[in-house]
Design a protein around this ligand. Structure first.
Ligand code: SF4
Ligand code: SF4
Length: 368
C-alpha cells in the first residue's frame, strides 16, 4: 500500500490563512492522538546560517507550536551544531543566530534548545541500522524528548541534490561526531600551512591523534583518530577542516543510515513536514543561492520521510522552473535538482532509504 502524504496545495487555497491550512494539515495526520499533556516535543528545524534568507520563517513555524500547545504539549525548537565552524558551530552562537532570525520564545511560545549541548558533546550512541556504522551518534535532547516533529525547508543541495526530511533527520539530529562520520568517515583534513602551532587541538583530542612535528606544526595520526571532530572547533586558524572528499553514493548511504538510526531511536513515530515554499537552489546553510527555483507549491506532511521526500521532489520537478536560477531552461517534469547538481545521487538516496526500510517511494497524495 502506498504511504499517505498529506498536501496543502497553495494554489487551491489562496484565500485561506496559512495558519488555518497548516492546522488542518496537522489534524489530517492525526498526530495529536499520540501526544500526552506535558509531553516535551522536539520541533527540529534549521534556524538559517548568518546572512541567509533561505530558511523557514518563524511565521511558518508558529502554527505548529500553537497546535502543540493546544494539545497540552511543551514544544521546543531545536537543531544541532554544525560540523563546519561558523555561527552555528557551538550552542551559544547558534542560539543567538536563531534569535537574530526571529525565533523568539516569547513570541513563538517555544524556547530554542540546541540539542547536542554547548560543544556538541551531549550525544547518545545508538546501533547503526545498516552496514556502514556499528554506532551512530545522535543529539541527546532529541532522543530525550517525548516526541519529534521535523520541519524541513525543501531546497537544492550540492551533495544530496534534493534536501528535505531525510537530510534534516540524518544530518540535523547528529552530533558533530555523527556529522563527521557521514561526511568523511574518519578524521579531518589538515591544512598545515595554516597551522600556528598553538596546540589547542592537541588539548582537546582525547585519542592522542594530534601532535606537533619538528617544525612546530600539527600532524595527525589517522589510525588513532576516532573522528570525534572536537579539533575542528578548537582550531581558530582554519588548519583543521572538514574533508568533504567522499564518493557521493557512499555519502548518501551513510546519510540514510543516520536517518534510520534517528527514526529507530525516537520513542514514538515522528511526523515530518516538507515546506515547498521559497525552494532555493542552495540549502539553509548558504548565504548565497537564496533565489527560489520554482513558484511556491505548499506544505506536505507524512510519517514516512521517504514518501514525503519523493513527493516533494516530484512536485518541484513538475512545477515551472525559474530560468534565472537554473543553469539551462527547464521544462515541467525535468529534474531541476540534477540540473543544478549533476554529481548528486538523489535517486540512490531514495532507493537506499526504501531498501533499508525507512519508508516507501510509492505515495498517495491526499489534499487537505
Ligand atoms: S577528530 Fe577527534 S580524534 Fe580525530 S584528530 Fe580531531 S580531536 Fe583527535
Ligand atoms: S589548533 Fe590549529 S593552529 Fe593550533 S596547533 Fe592545532 S592545527 Fe595548528
Amino acid at each position: 500500500m502506498a504511504a499517505k502524504v498529506y498536501f496543502w496545495d497553495l494554489s487551491s487555497s489562496r484565500k485561506v490563512p496559512f495558519d488555518r491550512r497548516l492546522r488542518k494539515l496537522l489534524k489530517s495526520s492525526k498526530w495529536a492522538g499520540q501526544l500526552q499533556p506535558g509531553d516535551l516535543v522536539a520541533v527540529k528545524i534549521h534556524f538559517g546560517e548568518a546572512g541567509s534568507t533561505g530558511f523557514l520563517s518563524p511565521q511558518f513555524v508558529k502554527p505548529v507550536i500553537d497546535f502543540l500547545r493546544k494539545a497540552g504539549a511543551k514544544p521546543f525548537l531545536t537543531d544541532t551544531n554544525t560540523l563546519y565552524i561558523g555561527q552555528r558551530g557551538e550552542s551559544v552562537s547558534h542560539a543567538l543566530q536563531a534569535a537574530g532570525h526571529g525565533f523568539d520564545p516569547l513570541l513563538l511560545g517555544a524556547p530554542v534548545i540546541i540539542a547536542d549541548g554547548v560543544k556538541s558533546n551531549h550525544e547518545v550512541s545508538v546501533k547503526g541500522p545498516g552496514h556502514h556504522f556499528e554506532h551512530c551518534y545522535l543529539a541527546g535532547d532529541i532522543l530525550d524528548a517525548d516526541s519529534l516533529i521535523t520541519l524541513s525547508h525543501v531546497t537544492g543541495h550540492e551533495l544530496t541534490g534534493f534536501a528535505g526530511a531525510l537530510k534534516n533527520i540524518a544530518m540535523g539530529c547528529a552530533t558533530r561526531k555523527g556529522k563527521m562520520q557521514q561526511h568523511c568517515g574518519l578524521g579531518p583534513r589538515l591544512e598545515q600551512d595554516n597551522c600556528q602551532g598553538c596546540g589547542e587541538c592537541i588539548e582537546v583530542c582525547g585519542s592522542g591523534a594530534l601532535r606537533l612535528d619538528e617544525q612546530g606544526r600539527a600532524e595527525i595520526d589517522r589510525d588513532s583518530c576516532n573522528g570525534c571532530a572536537a579539533c575542528l572547533l578548537a582550531c581558530r586558524y582554519g588548519a583543521l577542516v572538514v574533508d568533504y572528499q567522499m564518493e557521493l553514493p557512499l555519502f548518501m548511504e551513510r546519510l540514510v543510515e543516520y536517518a534510520g538510526a534517528v527514526l529507530q531511536a525516537v520513542s514514538r513515530p515522528a511526523l515530518h513536514l516538507n515546506y515547498l515554499l521559497n525552494v532555493t537552489a542552495g540549502c539553509d546553510c548558504c548565504s548565497d543561492k537564496n533565489r527560489p527555483m520554482c513558484p511556491d507549491i505548499g506544505v506536505l506532511a507524512s510519517y514516512d520521510p521517504v514518501a514525503l521526500d519523493q513527493a516533494g521532489y516530484d512536485l518541484v520537478n513538475q512545477a515551472p522552473g525559474r530560468d534565472s536560477v537554473l543553469p539551462e531552461s527547464r521544462q515541467r517534469g525535468q529534474d531541476k535538482f540534477a540540473s543544478l547538481y549533476p554529481r548528486a545521487e538523489t535517486e540512490h538516496c531514495f532507493a537506499y532509504a526504501q531498501q533499508l526500510g525507512l519508508g516507501k517511494r510509492d505515495y498517495q497524495l491526499i489534499s487537505v
